[in-house]
Design a protein around this ligand. Structure first.
Ligand code: AMP
Ligand code: MG
Length: 388
């Protein structure tokens, strides 16, 4: 069994050639931007009004101003503002020549084509040309694209971006006791939750799932499916059959299909039996069948690999909060991920009987890490919460 940090290092060492593809902006959501985006324009491209009001010259303190014209957003001013004059202007419109300040509309009474300020305007209410961005400025660094990023790229006038090609991730669920949802259970059978759960995690990670269904605990059947998946996918995830039981064929079958095992068994809880390997440019994980283990291992290890293969480092956003109750454990060998419910400052450990207790995750919105060697986290301790 290797240490948790060692397993992480092994995953972070892996590289493949990143293939990129140009996609339209909406198709880029959730995908990995692989190089920086520089602005092709100044933003804003002209000096512009940040308020509805009257554009004047800031050195002109006249008691009233003649209104030369009204300009709305999208109009091009035709008049020059001189002493004693102004232009009525709307938010977003181009500033007229001669003006560098807007007296907001709320401060002014307009009568007989004259604007009479009622109180002093202390702000300029003008956004200078290129005040937000200059041509050539780096706007976005490589990252997973979120809705705000799509807006930022659109604001630069770009309709498409270069992202990494979406990996196809195969999902094979092993276990003779499994039935897919929608079917009737016979004695001894349980529903296959890992299949759809892993596919959902894959989709949420911006990748393409390819579901191979349930394979019973039969070596030659498993080998057939593994061999097909190896030729069709960039990454293959198997659930179940990775431990030491009589019917746990996954490690042997993976080896027989040419996978080089990079680790098998890690000091992590849940998910100790986890296996990771590589064959040429294809990677495979053997995930433990217990549903919380499969879920957690995807969050911790598989996501790390997905970012790594896109040339990025996976840095989940962590929230900081105070543990509401003690968490105590006797076996401190493993790095443990414990489900919690975090709200405002409070981090409440979820009641949880272990890695088969999937419905406990319904109460959780995060995971906290208990490092190896640590036996107790005390109520009041500050902990980092990784949202799930
Ligand atoms: P295994 O890792 O195959 O020894 O399975 C460990 C436990 O997880 C057993 O109780 C299995 O019945 C259960 N299990 C295995 N695969 C799945 C799955 N796809 N969905 C839900 N539970 C599973
Ligand atoms: Mg099994």
């Amino acid at each position: 069994m290797i240490k948790f940090d060692t397993a992480m290092k092994i995953i972070k060492n892996e590289k493949t050639k990143i293939k990129s593809v140009r996609v339209e902006l909406l198709n880029a959501l959730g995908r990995f931007l692989i190089s920086d985006i520089k602005s092709p324009i100044d933003s804003p491209p002209f000096k512009k009004a940040a308020m509805d009001g009257y554009a004047v010259n800031s050195s002109d303190n006249s008691e009233s101003y003649e209104v030369l014209e009204i300009i709305g957003a999208g109009d091009v001013p035709s008049k020059i503002v001189t002493k004693g004059t102004c232009v009525k202007i709307m938010t977003g419109a181009m500033m007229p020549e001669g003006a560098d300040k807007i007296i907001r509309v709320e401060y002014v009474i307009e009568k007989n084509n004259r604007a009479v300020p009622q109180r002093e305007e202390t702000k300029s209410n003008v956004i200078g040309r290129a005040e937000n961005l200059k041509t050539g400025d780096i706007v976005l660094s490589a990252r997973k694209l979120m809705p705000k990023d799509i807006g930022i790229i659109a604001s630069l006038g770009m309709e498409a971006v270069e992202v990494s090609e979406q990996p196809v991730i195969g999902v094979i669920t092993t276990g003779s006791e499994l039935k897919d949802p929608g079917k009737k259970l016979n004695p001894g059978e349980i529903y296959n939750s890992n299949g759809l759960q892993l596919c959902a995690q894959i989709i949420a990670s911006g990748c393409i799932p390819k579901y191979y269904g349930i394979v019973e605990d039969n070596k030659s059947k498993l080998s057939g499916t593994v061999s097909r998946a190896f030729s069709e996918c960039d990454i293959v995830l198997l659930s179940g059959g990775v431990s030491k039981g009589d019917y746990d064929f996954v490690p042997d079958v993976l080896k027989e299909n040419g996978l080089k095992i990079l680790f098998h068994r890690v000091a992590i809880k849940p998910g100790k039996p986890v296996l990771f390997g590589r064959k040429d440019n294809m990677f495979a994980f053997g995930l433990p069948g217990n549903p919380v283990s499969a879920f957690v291992i995807f969050e911790i290890f598989v996501k790390t690999l997905l970012y790594q293969l896109a040339g990025l480092e996976y840095k989940p956003v962590l929230f900081h909060g105070r543990l509401k109750r003690d968490i105590q454990r006797s076996d401190t060998e493993r790095t443990e991920f414990h489900p919690v419910y975090a709200y405002k400052e409070d981090v409440i450990p979820v009641k949880y009987h272990g890695s088969s207790h999937l419905n406990a995750m319904a109460m959780a919105n995060g995971l906290i890490m208990i490092p190896g060697g640590v036996g107790k986290l005390k109520a009041g301790d500050y902990v980092d919460v990784r949202p799930v």
